[in-house]
Design a protein around this ligand. Sequence first.
Ligand SMILES: *Cc1c(COP(=O)(O)O)cnc(C)c1O
Length: 496
Amino acid sequence: MNLMYHSTRNKSIKVTASQAILQGLSPDGGLFVPETIPQLSKSVEELAGMNYRELAYEVLSKFLTDYSEEELKDCINKAYDDKFDTPEIAPLKKVGKMNYLELFHGATIAFKDMALSILPHLLTKAARKNNINDDIVILTATSGDTGKAALAGFADVKGTKIIVFYPKDGVSRVQEKQMVTQKGDNTYVIGIKGNFDDAQTGVKKIFNDTDLKEKMEKAGYRFSSANSINIGRLVPQIVYYIYAYMEIYKRNELKSGEKINFVVPTGNFGNILAAYYAKKMGLPIDKLICASNDNKVLYDFFSTGVYDRNREFFLTISPSMDILVSSNLERLIYHISGEDTQKTAELMQALNNGGRYEISTDMRTNLKDFCGGYATIEETKKAIYEVYKETGYVMDTHTAVAAAVYEKYFKNDIDPAMTVIVSTASPYKFSESVLEALGIENIPEDDYEQAKLLREVSKVPIPGAVEELNNAKIRHTRVCKVGEMKAQVENILKII
Ligand SMILES: *Cc1c(COP(=O)(O)O)cnc(C)c1O
């Protein structure tokens, strides 16, 4: 029997795992959720004996049941290979008493690689499985990180093309450089003269353009999406939570069944939701600590039961968490409502209409697995400085939000040895802010010079992803107006 997926807003919209991956979003606007959460069936001893790839197979085979063993293993082997700079894939570093789960050893040195290196393979296999012979065209609007990780994941994957639109003057220099130097004959990067919202709106319009869809079908193409609500991104993220637990277990620091906590720097709520699924599978987890920056809409939600996006938006030094609508929270709402699709649909409608909703007392009781916390820019910088001073370990600005939240709320109550800080980016991705936080003066302007300085301070080698940028050839120079996005797509696909 296959595990089926249905919409968070309607149980009768039901699909297989591969169809959910192909579609991304349910046609009614809801997100796909599994009908039941599979349970871990192997003992801790057995799981602790597995390497990352074996553990990935253990998890993926339970959720993605319409893929064969051979298909899943092929996806896993292609994803978690030497694109990662360590065979551990997701190393757990012990620094002082605290554990850091480093999810930034992939191609673009941020945690998005954990899922975006496997999604292209899951997607192409899903197409074949559902008798779709069209080439898949991934369209993405990005504010910086997702675009690069998706480009790296889909580069040279047979049967796919990827087109990324980014705001020409709205991303950091490193982020732009990472994108415009992307290799791969199937990759296209276009700067638009507008902001991220323009890019996002333009992409949505292209997705819904029926005239274009017809032309695409005739030419043998179909659009798909790589954004973080795709179940094909969520499931691979469950793996590293189990992996982290087993690493602590292997150090003989856990009694049988003893629980640990995770602190997760959160934006769109995808990463921490995967931890919640790991807990529901039976992994001994106590608290899931949701760490926000100044855009603390989630902290307010966990403390009051009210989600309200009507507020000032702040640009912080942890830009990947600068977000006011956390899309994946819809899945948590569905679970804490007692899997009530009608209630979920109502609340999401309220969010859509007025930007606000309030959950019931019963639903709040079901939030007991979570705690929320937030850290300001100053607190985040202080965490980078103090951890470095005490231990020599240098964190990036997103990880530092999590570390600051632990320090601010939990250090007296929660044992650091039993707590894992989820580390979502390499400090080299945000060198300038990190150097500033470390109190270093006269920071050079050039990003490679900044990296060299960070190497001196952190004693960590410069990652390949940053070395490559230094002499990388610019391969993408397309720039267009917002109104020309569709024409760009037609030109790329030669369907004019
Ligand atoms: C995307 C991202 C996050 C937020 O993860 P969500 O799954 O969106 O909550 C945190 N840190 C970094 C570096 C990221 O790129």
